[in-house]
Design a protein around this ligand. Structure first.
Ligand code: 8NA
Ligand code: MG
Ligand code: MG
Ligand code: MG
Length: 348
């Protein structure tokens, strides 16, 4: 159904935006059980029609996501030099959006070297090992939308668009993980309950293939860190929710800026939020997902952005409270961007 798909495109991008904007004030925080009550009240207030917006600013996550989407809209044959130029232009126009500390070096080199080899600056990061930050995952949702009916192209573009800034396999595969999660959510009927176990098994099959690349050809044990994380997610989903579980999640799944310590956590937040959570009081799965992600603390804007992107792709924009959305900078523009992407894929 095309109307449903259009709504899901909007949901994925608006969902990401809300996670970023609403999570940003809590970035880097340790969250106590008292803070969970504060966050509950913050979200209750955001749903109130009396609030005037927009007042919540987006950060690097959304700034970069806009450039990825704009590349597909302007250049149907993906042009990575164009994408790199948009990243750089956006950064130098608004450098104070909370970018990662090291990625700024990539932008400076790209500009100084006049974009002659757009992949080289990223390859030079961290003495040649490349960044394993979550900056690829946080901006990948438009890739899942634009290539929703072409899996192989989606994987290829998720990798290449990430490698403009992140070349460490953990950074690249984290972006691929998030991209597949969004695409699976997009394919789910919003009126049907998702089976978390099945969702994870499907993702695990795909990530096994992606992480085969880790094989060094010496017949040693192939390390598959993202596949391992999916097993951890499945383990935690089987445990009954309690407050102490969140602390364990923070430690075992992680809540920081490394892709391996945040991308799987975002998926866990979404899947856990399909059922009620006692400390997150709402009937709305979308709100529950981002509110829960924020209560885990750490890199809250990015984890909520990724979790919100998955939830929005599943549920569609109708599930996202409009009062809440209107609080967020660029909400209307994000809808327009989702529609342009939709038109580019399905025809205006
Ligand atoms: P990045 O590539 O600069 O990576 C982020 C950080 O990860 C780096 O500054 C390093 O500290 C560390 N790192 C990455 N790769 C390596 C490596 N190979 N060896 C050692 N350390 C490494 O930027 P990014 O785009 O991945 O960052 C995204 C995150 O930064 C997002 O959360 C975004 O919102 C932003 N951000 C986060 C926080 C926070 O959580 N406190 C604060 C400000 C900005
Ligand atoms: Mg950010
Ligand atoms: Mg940083
Ligand atoms: Mg962040």
């Amino acid at each position: 159904d095309l109307a449903v798909l259009k709504s899901k495109f909007r949901g994925a991008l608006v969902g990401s935006l809300l996670g970023d904007c609403l999570g940003a004030p809590f970035e880097g925080e340790l969250v106590s059980s008292g803070d969970k009550i504060v966050i509950q009240k913050y979200f209750d207030k955001l749903e109130s029609p009396d609030l005037k917006g927009p007042i919540r600013s987006y950060t690097d996550d959304t700034a970069m996501m806009k450039s990825v989407a704009k590349t597909f809209i302007d250049k149907p044959e993906v042009d990575y030099t164009y994408m790199a130029k948009l990243f750089v232009k956006e950064y130098f126009a608004e450098p104070k959006r909370g970018y990662g500390e090291s990625i700024v070096e990539v932008f400076s080199k790209l500009r100084k070297r006049k974009f002659e080899d757009v992949y080289k600056p990223a390859q030079e990061q961290f003495n040649g090992s490349g960044s394993f930050g979550n900056g690829g995952g946080m901006r990948v949702a438009p890739v899942a939308l634009y290539f929703y009916n072409n899996y192989d192209a989606m994987i290829d573009v998720a990798k290449k668009s990430t490698q403009l800034t992140h070349t460490h396999s953990l950074g690249v595969h984290g972006a691929v993980f998030q991209c597949i999660a969004v695409s699976q959510a997009l394919a789910c009927n919003p009126k049907k309950k998702i089976d978390p176990e099945q969702f994870c098994n499907e993702l695990k099959q795909k990530m096994k293939e992606v992480e085969k690349e880790n094989d060094d050809g010496l017949n040693l044990k192939v390390e598959q860190p993202y596949v391992d994380k999916i097993n951890v997610i499945q383990h935690f989903l089987k445990a009954k929710y309690n407050d102490e579980l969140d602390e364990e999640i923070g430690i075992v799944l992680g809540n920081n800026i490394c892709a391996i310590e945040s991308v799987p956590t975002a998926l866990y937040c979404f899947l856990r939020s399909l059922e009620e959570i006692p400390t997150v009081k709402t009937d709305n799965i979308f709100r529950r997902t981002i509110q829960y992600a924020i209560t885990l603390g750490g890199d809250t804007d990015t984890i909520a952005c990724m979790a919100g992107g998955i939830a929005g792709a599943y549920l569609g924009e109708e599930a996202i409270n409009r009062n809440m959305a209107k609080q967020c900078e660029s909400y209307e523009k994000t809808i327009e961007m989702a529609d342009s992407l939709y038109n580019a894929v399905c025809g205006a």
